[in-house]
Design a protein around this ligand. Sequence first.
Ligand code: FAD
Ligand code: DLZ
Ligand code: SF4
Length: 517
Amino acid sequence: SPILVPVLGDQLSRNISSLDGLSPAQTRILMMEVWDEATYVKHHKQKIVLIFAAMRHFAAELRAEGWQVDYIRLDDPENTGSFTGEVVRAVERHAPSEVRVTESGEWRVARAMEEWEGRLPCPVTILPDTRFIATHADFRNFADGRKHLTMEYFYREMRRKTGLLMRRDGNPEGDQWNLDAENREPPKEGLRAPPAPKFTPDETTRAVIELVGTRFADHFGDLEPFGWPVTRDEALEAAEAFFTRRLALFGPYQDAMVHGEDDLYHSMLSTSLNIGLLDPLELCRRAEDEYRAGRAPLNSVEGFIRQIIGWREYVRGFYWHQMPDLAEANELAANRPLPEFFWTGKTDMRCLADCIRTTREDAHAHHIQRLMVLGNFCLLAGINPRDVQDWYLAVYADAYEWVELPNVSGMILYADGGNLATKPYAASGNYINKMSNYCKECSYSVSKKTGEGACPFNPLYWHFMDRHRDRLESNHRIGRIYATWDRMDDEKKSDYLESAQKFLDSLEPARKGWARD
Ligand code: FAD
Ligand code: DLZ
Ligand code: SF4
């Protein structure tokens, strides 16, 4: 009897550990489009297209190589709608000697997998996901005995472990581990980047687009145009385009935002990376080659590599280390519902409107849009973590809880009390004005601090600082700000607080049902 190997929608790699060492003759692969996964939050339409289309293409590639694949389509009449239901059915069909699977990326699914052993008549083997560079043990070793889980030290360990941008003498290339200080250029007038490739949907993808248009019509986001890579070949083409056309300027403009220039010099590779079409280490090595060949400067290449072997690996380790508490954490007791405009884009705040527009059109926004515009707003306005988590998890095509949750609860909301970020990333309109061209044509004035027409980020900033003084004043990275607040006269302070309160009172909460039924 065969070994049954369920391959999940974010495990679309020939190097996945569950297939390691198996031959097609002894193996039955199971892939399943299931209602539960498509709706545990109501994902952006393009995210569902991406995953189903990539799954169907991957299944076809496996079959062409001689593997036997049971592919369960969403509309198959027998489809039970859940991973567990489909694994039970497949075991009944094939009476396998073993179920072998690579661990899930999400806590929710990992818990379900742990129950398979008790429900199935055969042994279940859950293997580590070797697509990540840091094992769970690596992260535990790093975290044990540390007061702060600072990303920087973890990142250095990953540099040593991979040898990326390391010299033979054990020191980092350029004698610096982190060149982030060089990566904060504001956008120049007229800054534009070479466009990232968009891929025309083939027949397989078109069929999925039709399915999603019919079955998930009430989900957020534009269905078309759909141009994400859905095969490894397409993803490799997208990666090559990034390395040859964008990488050199990736560093300097990493934090810049330009109205209508949605991704600037970013790689747009997260959707492919997170489902297994690309491998993190192969991307980093390829980036390093560009540096060694003198075609890209160190700050760009180090910056890119740090995002992947630093931040990406770190948040994954952090997630498994802090779950399940992380999902419930709400250190700042934020309790305001997410405003409706996060779903409609209807706001006069031009920065937010633009970031929400690109999110709706492409199921994507770049890091600084997610962090310093959308995230900063949620932090300052005190939106409850659950609503913010659901939004980010639903709207981005690259979103899985292991990467979304640490970024949302740790990085933007400070909901974990500062385990991940050493200080809240709170900023007034000034930061957005410096790093973007949004403010010039906004109906609010960024230089106006309070009252009618003032940029809402300005009073919100002080409202946030004031209401969390007890907690934040002792933070050495942010505490000094209170000296500035204390120097203001009472009238100015109350102008700030009243303006902010008026704005907060005007926010319309989201109607129910956008993220969950
Ligand atoms: P680039 O800027 O080109 O970066 C290269 C790669 O580095 C990315 O593809 C990604 O794999 C990795 N990376 C960069 N920053 C991070 C980070 N903070 N955490 C983890 N990986 C990182 N990324 C996701 O993949 N999925 C998410 O659900 C997600 N949610 C986020 C939520 C918030 C609130 C914030 C602030 C960031 C989030 N990110 C998430 C990180 C980051 O914004 C995206 O990875 C990035 O925008 C993807 O676009 P890119 O491939 O062009 O990235
Ligand atoms: C996100 C997603 C969606 C929308 N649909 C499916 C699906 O139908 N079948 C599947 O195998 N995977 C899907 N996924 C990805 C899973 O949610 C992901 O594999 C788990 O959350 C574990 O990370
Ligand atoms: Fe955003 Fe304020 Fe600038 Fe308007 S003025 S774009 S609301 S930061």
